[in-house]
Design a protein around this ligand. Structure first.
Ligand SMILES: Cc1cc2nc3c(=O)[nH]c(=O)nc-3n(C[C@H](O)[C@H](O)[C@H](O)COP(=O)(O)OP(=O)(O)OC[C@H]3O[C@@H](n4cnc5c(N)ncnc54)[C@H](O)[C@@H]3O)c2cc1C
Length: 369
């Protein structure tokens, strides 16, 4: 295992999907002398990347986000870590149908393969969905899921193989030395490292890391609740990663993603469950991982009578099943847009976050100087 050098040209903090993407793209662009640090072990250091549903939808009203998503998709396909399933955004109300029609316009404008569909057409491909609760949908052929830990490993290994990057896991950044607005060095659990450039790719911890440099990255850790329900009789013996299209139930703010004979149901319909970054447990304190916090049943009850999702097998009916609740922190950029601005008071410190699709490898564009 590599030890922490005393200096590097670039230090990238974080080995989630964003940090791994940054080291890969920097190496591709010719940068060398890069050190990547993560406080957790590899390949799954305990951030959000290790327990996401991993799906990518392709339509966005914003052209920039749409293009980033498509470029990410291209890269994932090249890496062989993408499984295409197709996906539906479904509507229960006329108002939502109007929005889906607007999304169809954006799909046409940005060249995304999509079409408006009837409830019967959705049910043809998704037999576990109740067509009576929806009035239509938007089909996106190219939707699918990514093996994000594998993608991260491939990108990191490629950068290491080029001789551009040294990756040092199990090292935590504790503080930063800032001189005249530039980060000069980091104090870590494995000692001090000087750096010309520092990239913060620390997901929900980014606010705390930026504060070490006297800068602010406006991200707030927010819990996103997701359960895995199964095995479901309707999905019995479904092999592999995914065999049915993913459903985004836009009116109930839920999604359903079949995974083998289980169904992952995610909800954005609950109250805003926000945390101070200091409340995120350390690796030692965390029961599961730092980003998997206690599940709060009252915020997300999949068997409640409320129409929480369009999959009757997952909500209204009870079959022989086991439910494994999981919940985790995601970040909320306050603007809803990628936070790509340079923090004002530390010129050598740039945030990196997956944008467009939150799963996307963030493209970076600096040239070696
Ligand atoms: C339940 C759930 C489901 C999701 N589903 C999807 C989905 O279907 N599709 C999608 O696109 N997105 C999804 N997301 C969002 C997605 O998982 C995240 O946007 C993405 O994984 C964030 O990657 P990251 O590299 O920025 O952060 P992380 O993966 O969290 O990596 C940050 C790393 O920084 C390290 N770190 C932090 N502080 C320090 C320090 N002081 N010193 C050293 N290292 C440090 C951490 O150990 C961690 O490994 C989901 C999220 C959740 C929670």
């Amino acid at each position: 295992m590599a030890t922490l050098p005393e200096r590097a040209r670039v230090v990238v903090i974080g080995a989630g999907i964003a940090g791994n993407s940054v080291v890969y793209h920097l190496a591709e662009l010719g940068w060398t002398d890069i050190v990547q640090i993560d406080k957790g072990p590899l390949p799954n250091p305990g951030g959000s990347t290790g327990h996401a549903s991993n799906f990518i939808f392709l339509v966005d009203h914003n052209r920039e986000n749409s293009e980033i998503t498509h470029d990410s998709l291209r890269q994932y396909k090249e890496m062989g870590v993408f499984t295409q399933s197709g996906g539906y955004e479904v509507a229960r109300t006329e108002e939502r149908m109007e929005e889906l029609r607007r999304r169809m316009s954006s799909a046409k404008a940005w060249g995304v393969d999509a079409s408006m569909v009837t409830p019967a057409e959705v049910a043809e491909r998704v037999p576990f969905l109740d067509p009576d609760v929806i009035i239509g949908g938007l089909w996106q052929e190219g939707v699918g899921v990514v093996d994000s830990l594998r993608a991260g490993t491939i990108m990191r290994d490629a950068a290491v193989a080029k001789g551009a990057v040294t990756t040092v896991p199990n090292v935590e950044v504790h503080s930063m030395e800032v001189v005249e607005g530039r980060i000069r060095a980091l104090e870590t659990s494995a000692g001090r490292i000087e750096a010309e450039h520092v990239v913060i790719a620390t997901g929900i911890w980014s606010y705390a890391l930026a504060r070490m440099a006297g800068a602010e990255i406006p991200l707030t850790p927010a819990v996103h609740q997701m359960i895995s329900v199964g095995p479901l009789p309707a999905l019995a013996e479904k092999p592999g990663e995914i065999s049915f299209p993913i459903i985004r139930d836009m009116d109930t703010l839920c999604y359903e993603r079949q995974h083998g004979s289980d169904m992952e149901v995610g909800s954005y319909a609950h109250r805003a469950i926000l945390h101070d970054v200091e409340e995120i447990p350390s690796i030692e304190q965390a029961k599961l991982s730092p980003t998997e916090m206690p599940f709060t049943e009252e915020d997300f009850d999949p068997s409640s009578s409320r129409p929480s999702n369009s999959c009757p097998n997952c909500s209204a009916t009870r079959g022989p099943r086991s439910a494994t609740p999981s919940t985790a922190c995601s970040r909320s950029p306050l603007t809803g847009m990628p936070s790509s601005a340079r923090p004002p008071r530390s010129r050598a410190c740039g945030p990196a976050r997956p944008s467009g699709s939150r799963r996307a490898p963030a493209p970076v564009g600096p040239s070696p100087r």
